[in-house]
Design a protein around this ligand. Structure first.
Ligand SMILES: Cc1ncc(COP(=O)(O)O)c(C=O)c1O
Length: 357
């Protein structure tokens, strides 16, 4: 097997879930496990969260929800954050007991056509200009008239990772106003991971963390003490000495300025190692940081291991080890940790690390 491996640390997942719970007040946790549990493997993450007591999950759409139902069985609620794309999705919601968000009368029509008798989330936009209904009351009325239950009302924050941003409070106020248009017993959900930090008084009935469960700090300046669940690792394939003046990798974007020892690693951009780390990032081994030199290739990258000699067969990690945090690696290349996690491709083996607990 090609040893480009994402180690999935389930003990860290459990710790992160506990930390998130401690910031959630009386709210229930809806664990967001869309996009294959942010690249970690839905079949690995969801059963562990279920095992430690989580009973609410969210994915993007119906086929993902059906897969999750197969994995977890009947004893949990599954929300579809992007709702329905066609009538067949509505049928899947009935078959697999999924709760879609709805934003249009058409969604209710599809559900009615398929004799759906479960429940839906009413999704409102409160300032992000993304998914949300503009006809809350009539959507609520149409759902009820069709015998469809209301799981609750939800909205999503645009700037939660900047806690001081005024849009956070203005979205919370708008949400509170919209909630007051519905019967007072209607459950409400506003916060994602960063929202727990930005608006701690708005935990309401349900919170919807994703990123924090996977252990990237949603607000770097206000760390919660999370630990990365994924450690993105790969093995050393070759080590060689090169002389000063030797060019390295495609485009010869790196030239040795001294005699060097370099290591070839069996991971590249087709595994999810961003090309933007070329000449601009590190791998970690045994407490040492080794610069990535030259351009990251499809299947390989190269490290400068002059100061910290590596050997064939050793394993380095690109994030999620002791030093390199996913949010820091992401910031270095002007991206967000979500893209690192979800960018780890299918050909990378997910290896579960089970420490007791
Ligand atoms: C509607 C909704 N809720 C919750 C989340 C989870 O957000 P985060 O991963 O930032 O906690 C997302 C993620 O994109 C989302 O779209």
């Amino acid at each position: 097997m090609r040893p480009a491996i994402a180690l999935i640390h389930l003990d860290r997942l459990r710790d992160n879930f506990e930390i998130v719970t401690s910031h959630a007040g009386h709210a229930n946790i809806i664990s967001v496990v869309k996009s294959n549990a942010y690249g970690h493997g839905l079949h690995i993450i969801a059963p562990e969260l279920h095992r430690i007591g989580c009973r609410n999950f969210a994915v993007t759409e119906a086929s993902e929800g059906a897969r999750l139902r197969d994995i977890l069985g009947p004893d949990c609620d599954i929300t579809l954050l992007s709702g329905l794309f066609d009538s067949h999705d509505a049928e899947l919601c009935g078959t697999f007991r999924l709760s879609p968000v709805v934003t249009e009368q058409l969604h209710i029509q599809w559900l009615r056509d398929n004799r759906f008798n479960g429940s839906v989330w009413l999704k409102v936009d409160t300032g992000m200009q993304r998914l949300g209904t503009t006809e809350l009351k009539s959507l609520h009325a149409a759902s009820q008239a069709s015998g469809i239950g209301i799981a609750g009302i939800m909205s999503h924050l645009a700037c939660a990772d900047t806690p001081e941003h005024p849009l956070n409070r203005s979205q919370a106020d708008a949400f509170s106003h919209l909630c007051s248009e519905l019967p007072s017993a209607t459950a409400a959900s506003l916060l994602n991971s960063a929202g727990l930090i930005a608006l701690p008084d708005q935990t309401l009935d349900f919170v919807r963390p994703g990123l924090a469960l996977y252990g990237a700090e949603p607000v770097i300046a206000e760390p919660l003490g999370l630990k990365p669940v994924m450690e993105f690792t790969a093995q050393v394939m070759q080590v060689r000495d090169i002389e000063a003046g030797t060019p390295v990798s495609y485009g010869a974007t790196f030239t040795a300025n001294k005699n060097m020892r370099i290591a070839l690693i069996c991971t590249g951009y087709a595994d999810g190692l961003p090309v933007s780390l070329s000449n601009n990032g590190f791998a970690e081994h045994d407490g040492a940081l080794l610069p990535i030199i030259g351009r990251v290739c499809m299947d390989y990258c190269l490290l400068d291991c002059t100061e910290h000699p590596l050997q064939t067969g050793q394993r380095v990690s690109f994030w999620g080890g002791d030093i390199l945090k996913p949010e820091q690696v992401a910031a270095r290349i002007n991206t967000i940790p979500y893209t690192l996690m979800t960018g780890v491709s299918d050909r990378v083996h997910r290896e579960v690390v089970t420490n007791p607990g």
